[in-house]
Design a protein around this ligand. Structure first.
Ligand SMILES: *Cc1c(COP(=O)(O)O)cnc(C)c1O
Length: 368
């Protein structure tokens, strides 16, 4: 359902040109390997269909989702794309994958047998091996057992060997080299299969990590994939909300639930109609450990004061001239120098969580 901007608490603008530019940045970094795109969780909150179309137009042909249902939604938009399901084969659902043309990333011998029995070599799949994250994937011993069974490899239609990095965001962590070595050793067992290891940060660890196919996600949507480096990607989301009301608060008066902020002097507070039900993390409430979260009003950064509530935030606009802010004035929550990384840092989380929490109540506008 599309929500008209004049009836919504806020408008989320998604810059598809920036998204495509970010994809090209990763593509150029991993070339000559192929660059795919991870568009799970509704395209990191940006909208599966719109994101998929923009990336397809940019030249992306291979996509990764988490769930079979996400694969179905993506298939509606991109009938010709290669689509992998990262959470693997859901029990008893092989027929659904086949019908939708989805390739599971088979993550256990049980999944491999089930897929092989149903498909008899007629449908493709990836095999997911673990190299250190201990989440999904075959152990080294299980991979050896599989590799020794040529018939099973054929019947499972294996066409890609993949693994996932534990700390790709930290280039200094030795585990990256260890995982790379383990992956290289596993590749020897499946010499015929193309390979994929790199997520967004992994794509920037050096050519050795790219293998045949990269699977970037968060970088495409403008989040910083690096724990310790500046963000080289263009912002993709912009969030703007009109001020609902401006009120004067006398010195000594508090604002918001549980009175966590008290005006030290006569203050003016702008009320904005978006809150934690819209993905404005409640940890952005005053006080925040490294300074307040801010929004931009009339070009000036103004602190969020008091608690973030479910549908509203309260912002101190005392510093703005009288008349600079009134009912209907635009407040920029994300954009104008405030990034999803800033929100994430202040909320004690990562941009992934900010992006995937951006609610369904916004009016969504796509620019290209
Ligand atoms: C989510 C995910 C990705 C994409 O990761 P980003 O850090 O967003 O680039 C790639 N591979 C797997 C297995 C994933 O779960």
């Amino acid at each position: 359902m599309s929500i008209p901007a004049e009836l919504a608490g806020a408008t989320l603008t998604i810059d598809l040109a920036a998204l495509a530019a970010n994809w090209r940045t990763v593509r150029d970094e991993v070339a000559p390997a192929e660059c795919g795109a991870t568009i799970k969780a509704d395209g990191y909150g940006c909208g599966t269909a719109e994101v998929a179309r923009a990336l397809w137009e940019a030249g992306c042909r291979t996509f990764f989702v988490a769930l079979p249902m996400e694969g179905k939604l993506l298939r509606e938009t991109l009938p010709e794309a290669v689509i992998y399901v990262l959470d693997g084969l859901f029990a008893g659902q092989a027929a659904f994958y086949i019908e939708q043309g989805l390739r599971p990333a088979l993550a256990s011998l049980e999944e491999i047998s089930e897929w092989a029995e149903t498909t008899a070599g007629q449908h493709k799949a990836a095999v997911h091996v673990d190299t250190g994250i201990n989440r999904l994937g075959l152990t080294r011993a299980q991979a050896e057992a599989l590799a020794a069974d040529d018939g099973l490899v054929q019947r499972a239609g294996l066409c890609l060997l993949m693994s996932h990095l534990q700390s790709g965001d930290d280039a200094g962590d030795k585990i990256n080299a260890t995982q790379l070595e383990r992956f290289a050793a596993l590749r020897e067992l499946f010499a015929a299969l193309p390979a994929s290891l790199a997520n967004s940060p992994g794509s920037f660890l050096g050519k050795a990590f790219a293998h045949d196919l990269a699977r970037p996600g968060v970088a495409l949507y403008g989040g910083n994939p690096f724990a310790d480096k500046p963000n080289p990607f263009r912002p993709v989301v912009r969030l703007v909300s009109p001020v609902l009301q401006v009120r004067d608060v006398a010195a000594g008066e508090s604002v918001g639930y549980s009175a966590t902020w008290t005006a030290e002097k006569p203050s003016r507070i702008a009320i904005i109609g978006a809150g934690y039900a819209d993905g404005i993390n409640r940890h952005l409430s005053w006080p925040v450990h490294d300074g307040p979260a801010e929004v931009v009003i009339a070009g000036v950064r103004c602190p969020i004061v008091g608690r973030v509530s479910m549908d509203m935030i309260t912002v101190d606009v005392t510093g703005l001239g009288a008349g600079a802010v009134r009912r209907g004035t635009e407040a920029v929550l994300l954009g104008d120098g405030i990034s999803v990384d800033d929100w994430a840092r202040r909320a004690g989380t990562i941009p992934y969580e900010i992006l995937t929490s951006l609610g369904r109540r916004y009016a969504k506008v796509y620019s290209s």
